[in-house]
Design a protein around this ligand. Structure first.
Ligand SMILES: *Cc1c(COP(=O)(O)O)cnc(C)c1O
Length: 369
């Protein structure tokens, strides 16, 4: 069996967006909310959000999280979030002058534990400026609970960086009055290189984020609010449009690979051997396939074993954020589940042209490890 890399991103080929590039050459419009960017946003809103609410493209999800947090945050000092996330989540709050406060995750679905979150909200009161849940690895969140936070005046910015495509089968997030940020980084399911969108059911919020991503300019190009340059170019929008044309096929491939993993998992009885998978709510468009190793050893042992069998894996998110030097002094609740899961997490390979025998090889190696 040949070496199996962790990811092998495959973006749309140049032929599929050649006709868009020709339009750029003809129009000589290269950025600043040009026609391709507008078409890209309109199609996303129609095809994925049934035209409810609004979306704005931004240069990446980290900038999207920053701008959404800057718009929505109330007075107060803390951004409540999981530690089991990518460093972009706490970094985006730090850039807004907020201090991350880490909350433990649920042992089954690995998203923030709402009971722990509620305890922290009760304890910190007015000091809570924003809540930033992460939709872990594309799992859906309990939107009813986060809507209830909004109703209590607590802003919510969802890090849905790995969730675009996962939402396909759900309607929960449509109309959500907080903000949801989806990444289009090359390694995500909807990969276009660099890029992201912010979605909200609140159209004015999106208008405001659009202005803040363009230097805070109003219609007269007067700086009216804190801004920066967070736009995407027309070239990026061209790749985005071509990706929309084939996204259903890309998602179907990822789902097929997910099914192969599930089938091999059952056949090799990995659950009986002590291995675990995420109990994600809703349909997931896998970016990779996250599992927990048995409790007898930590994930490093199995990472080395797999590596010796020619299988490259990762351990997202190990270490969790609160164990990174940059974040280690931030306040937190108890993080036992986060630490247990981080010690056991293994991210298995997924890329769209994987073959079933490669999945079989990976799962067999786990069973024999
Ligand atoms: C990928 C990712 C980000 C960052 O997205 P960019 O578009 O690369 O800025 C943020 N949060 C999470 C959870 C991610 O997985």
């Amino acid at each position: 069996m040949h070496y199996i890399p962790f990811l092998k991103p495959k973006l749309v080929p140049k032929e599929s967006y050649q006709h868009y590039l020709e339009r750029i050459d003809a129009s000589r419009i290269y950025t600043n909310n040009g026609p391709l960017n507008r078409a890209f946003e309109e199609r996303i809103l129609l095809e994925y959000f049934n035209n409810e609410g609004a979306v704005v493209t931004v240069s990446n999800a980290t900038i999207g999280l920053m701008l959404a947090t800057a718009q929505l945050r109330r007075r107060g000092k803390y951004a409540l979030m999981p530690s089991f996330t990518f460093p972009a989540t706490p970094l985006s709050s730090l850039w807004c002058g907020l201090e991350p406060y880490y909350i433990d995750i649920d042992p089954d679905h690995w998203c923030m534990d709402e009971k722990r979150l509620e305890e922290a909200i009760q304890m910190l009161g007015e000091e809570v400026a924003v809540v930033v849940p992460y939709a872990t690895f594309g799992a859906s969140l309990n939107f009813a609970y986060y809507e209830s936070l909004l109703q209590r005046g607590i802003p919510v910015v969802i890090d849905g960086a790995s969730s675009f495509g996962s939402a396909l089968a759900q309607q929960d997030e449509r109309g959500f009055q907080g903000a949801i940020v989806y990444s289009f980084h090359a390694t995500k399911s909807f990969g276009i290189g660099e890029g992201a969108i912010v979605y909200s059911g609140d159209q004015e919020l999106i208008q405001s984020i659009r202005r803040s991503a363009n230097f805070g300019f109003n219609e007269q190009r007067e700086s009216k609010q804190l801004g920066l340059n967070g736009k995407i170019s027309e070239y990026t929008a061209a790749i985005g449009l071509a990706t929309l044309d084939v996204f259903h096929e890309k998602i179907a491939k990822r789902e097929q690979i997910g099914e192969w993993y599930e089938e091999a998992w059952r056949r090799h009885k990995l659950s009986d051997l002590g291995w675990r998978v995420q109990q994600a709510k809703g349909k997931v468009a896998y970016q990779f396939y996250p599992v927990l190793c048995r409790t007898d050893r930590d994930n490093k042992y199995y990472v080395n074993k797999l590596d010796a069998s020619g299988i490259q894996v990762r351990t997202y998110f190990s270490p969790p954020c609160h164990l990174h030097q940059m974040f280690e002094l931030h306040p937190r609740g108890l993080l036992n589940i986060t630490e247990d899961i981080s010690n056991r997490i293994i991210s298995l390979p997924i890329w769209e042209d994987m073959e079933q025998e490669q999945i079989e090889h990976i799962v067999r190696c786990l069973a024999n490890a």
